[in-house]
Design a protein. Structure first.
Ligand SMILES: *Cc1c(COP(=O)(O)O)cnc(C)c1O
Length: 456
């Protein structure tokens, strides 16, 4: 009998995260202090992050155990189901076997709470009473709002203006979970006021919202800390729970992936599903094709420059080695708000640079075509971000149909699209525009990337 849902026995739940720093093909270039351009130390970061997370950021331990209180919260929604997409396979008439890990069942509707709960826990343990953050599409702000409520802390969310205006239900969701939501750029911070002075009609960007949230934490005198929903090592570390579970679930049915796919904004759900399998490629020589999927309107991995750059527009964050479109880059207002980020996680950037992983980019219409096909076959309406991964998985399956290969494809269903009906409406009525990367804006933004080389 066909087994659609592959569950994990609660006693087999992974109880440690996987740290890919232990298996990197070469040492990572260290983050640099934005003022001195020297490598940052734990003390530099302690103004905005708790020590528990700073230690994880720099750790080289291969496995890091998950605290009991975090495990308790994880058990509310984990393990998530792994599903064999038999109906999608039939619709595509492909010999490929397609599996997906369903993170859309997490509270808030996406994988983001896997790290939100861990970050809130380590903050609380060190006396933080409030956390500030930014949100693009709203998923991260939702996840952190829930996590802070669960642990009895305050949460302030700077929400990118264009999303604030176009996604009122996301705002209400965050407020219902107890979050304090401010549209960004805002007049409540120095950086926000500067962005508004430069362009009063700006749609905002993740880069600007990060500047605001970091500023509030850095100038608070210690009780308020900042939290980031992607990009950093500790965030990708927490998300490896996805891939660790998927590995056990696939093993339980005698399956192993030839191809692992996820969409990529900052790289956290991609790292989450891919890194535990990448261990097998880096350490055991397994042949696996890892594909990170990004929007053609914001193609950091496929068209960005490998360089040190700031994480934010206001140049407050440390410089990270990454693929970047420039910290000034404001991507066009595509519906996959969670993928509108100028850079990408350093760990993922290095693995792409070294050829261990690769990236592809798609325009909006083919992405939504894949989303609708998936929704009809599997019954889940995916987030616009997630739909990028689905497009790539479908294309890999079509290649198998043409070549006759029966590859095993695993992708991450990072979230559902129940708050994205405006985007689906635009697609269904033929109004969705295939936004191109603005070459002029890109050149200008790239010119602003600082000329810094890695310390010897
Ligand atoms: C935030 C988000 C993403 C993009 O972020 P990553 O850090 O690259 O994973 C993708 N999918 C969903 C559903 C999201 O909420």
């Amino acid at each position: 009998m066909d087994q659609y849902n592959i569950t994990l026995n609660p006693k087999d739940m992974p109880d440690a995260w996987y740290n890919i720093n232990a298996d990197m093909p070469e040492p990572m270039a260290p983050p640099l202090h934005p003022g001195t351009m020297k490598p940052v130390g734990p003390d530099d970061l302690s103004a905005i992050f708790p020590m528990g997370l700073i230690q994880q950021e720099m750790s080289a331990d291969p496995m890091i155990s998950i605290p009991g209180e975090v495990m308790d919260k994880y058990r509310l929604w984990r393990s998530t189901p792994l599903r064999r997409a038999y109906r999608l396979e039939k619709a595509l008439n492909t010999p490929a076997k397609i599996y997906y890990k369903n993170e859309s069942v997490c509270p808030g509707g996406s994988h983001k709470i896997n790290t939100a709960i861990a970050q809130a826990y380590y903050n609380k343990a060190e006396g933080t009473t409030e956390i500030t953050t930014e949100t693009g599409a709203g998923q991260w702000g939702s996840a952190l709002s829930i996590a802070c409520s669960m642990l009895g802390m305050k949460c302030t969310v700077y929400m990118v203006r264009v999303s604030y205006d176009h996604k009122p239900y996301r705002r209400v969701l965050m407020q219902t979970y107890g979050g304090n939501v401010i549209p960004s750029p805002s007049p409540t911070t120095n950086s926000g006021r500067a962005f508004l002075a430069a362009d009063p009609d700006t749609t905002g960007s993740l880069g600007m919202a990060i500047s605001e949230a970091v500023e509030v934490a850095a100038t608070s005198g210690g009780k308020i800390k900042y939290s980031l929903g992607s990009v950093l090592n500790h965030v990708l570390l927490h998300q490896t729970i996805i891939g660790l579970e998927a590995k056990k679930q696939m093993e339980s049915v005698g399956a192993y992936p030839d191809v692992v796919i996820a969409c990529c904004g900052g790289g956290s759900n991609f790292g989450g599903i891919a890194f535990p399998f990448a261990h097998d490629k880096l350490r055991k020589g397994k042949k696996i094709d890892f594909i990170a999927v990004e929007p053609a309107a914001c193609p950091s991995l496929t068209r960005g420059i490998y360089a040190y750059d700031f994480g934010d527009t206001g140049k407050l964050t440390p410089l990270l080695m990454q693929y970047t479109l420039g910290h000034d880059f404001v991507p066009s207002g595509i519906h996959a708000g969670g993928l509108r980020y100028h850079g990408v996680a350093s760990q993922l950037a290095l693995l792409v640079k070294k050829g261990v992983m690769r990236a592809v980019a798609y325009k909006q219409n083919p992405v939504f075509e894949a989303a609708v096909m998936f929704a009809k076959a599997e019954g889940i309406i995916p987030a616009p971000e997630t739909s990028h991964a689905i497009r790539a998985a479908i294309d890999e399956a079509i290649k198998c149909r043409e070549s006759g290969e029966a590859k095993t494809i695993l992708f991450n269903l990072s979230g559902h699209g129940h708050f994205d009906m405006m985007a689906y409406d635009a697609y269904n009525s033929g109004q969705l525009v295939d936004l191109e990367l603005d070459e002029k804006a890109l050149e200008a933004a790239e010119a602003a990337i600082p000329k810094v080389t890695a310390p010897a």
